[in-house]
Design a protein around this ligand. Structure first.
Ligand SMILES: [Zn+2]
Length: 244
């Protein structure tokens, strides 16, 4: 809702939805007695009926494949007492938006509930970006007041970022960028650096570790569904433009 000339005006109706699901590797595996590989009983603590041993926490159990019983490999990737080093890659924002999703587990998306909301929210977000404005939403939940920022992600997804409002937020001094403070000369040096950073590839965006055991995600199907959704929104928009 927005107030226009003293009147409450609906900007759009939408439902808050999860942006992405995440594969849960624990579905294909189970925890068993580390000695005899049999199921334990949870009698607070965990009890192995075969060897009679008790384990105070699930962390002391062994994770195996549910079907084959094979132990889930969990090799150490970072040697002890070493610092992690991240490799840097880059890609054009347009190409990134076409190929990948930049989604964290906590991010929420929105699903407009009618054609008018699709149009108005789209216009508002594009205009906000062009005018370098931030869109803030505030609403009452059952017991608390929520404040969120409505943003566009690098893959052009509308992301609802629920923020920690004042006075609850405790600021921490993390890195911020001041675009005014960098000179063109420095930027041309940074351009040389950028040119030497390798391009993002599918290999960069795909991981293979203990969490991916038994994971079979058909991205062609998931992507087709996503594209069909976008297409139907575009059709709604096209129809509205015909009517207007
Ligand atoms: Zn046992």
């Amino acid at each position: 809702m927005a107030t226009l000339q003293g009147t409450q005006y609906p900007v759009g109706s939408f439902k808050i939805v999860s942006l992405a699901g995440k594969y849960d590797y624990t579905k294909a595996t189970k925890l068993v007695c580390p000695k005899c590989s049999v199921d334990t009983e949870y009698l607070n603590p965990y009890h192995c009926p075969q060897c009679g041993e008790n384990f105070s926490s699930w962390m002391k159990l062994k994770r195996v494949d549910k079907i084959t019983g094979e132990e889930l490999p969990k090799p150490r990737l970072l040697p002890e007492k070493t610092t992690a080093q991240a490799q840097v890659y880059h890609m054009s924002a347009e190409e990134f938006a076409q190929k990948y999703l930049d989604i964290t587990a906590d991010d929420k998306g929105i699903e407009p509930l009618d054609a008018n909301s699709v149009l108005q929210l789209q216009l508002l977000l594009v205009l906000a970006e062009r005018m370098q404005q931030v869109i803030v939403l505030r609403w009452n939940d059952t017991y608390q007041i929520n404040v969120a920022v409505l943003t566009l992600s690098p893959s052009n997804r509308v992301v609802l970022k629920e923020i920690i409002p004042r006075p609850l937020v405790i600021p921490k001094p993390t890195f911020t960028v001041d675009p005014e403070s960098v000179s063109e000369q420095h930027l041309s040096l940074a351009k040389i650096l950028m040119d030497n950073i390798p391009e993002v590839t599918d290999e960069v965006m795909t991981v293979d570790d203990f969490r991916t055991h038994g994971v079979q995600t058909d991205y062609t199907e998931a992507e087709a569904e996503m594209k069909a959704e976008v297409k139907s929104l575009m059709q709604v928009l096209a129809q509205m433009q015909v009517l207007a």
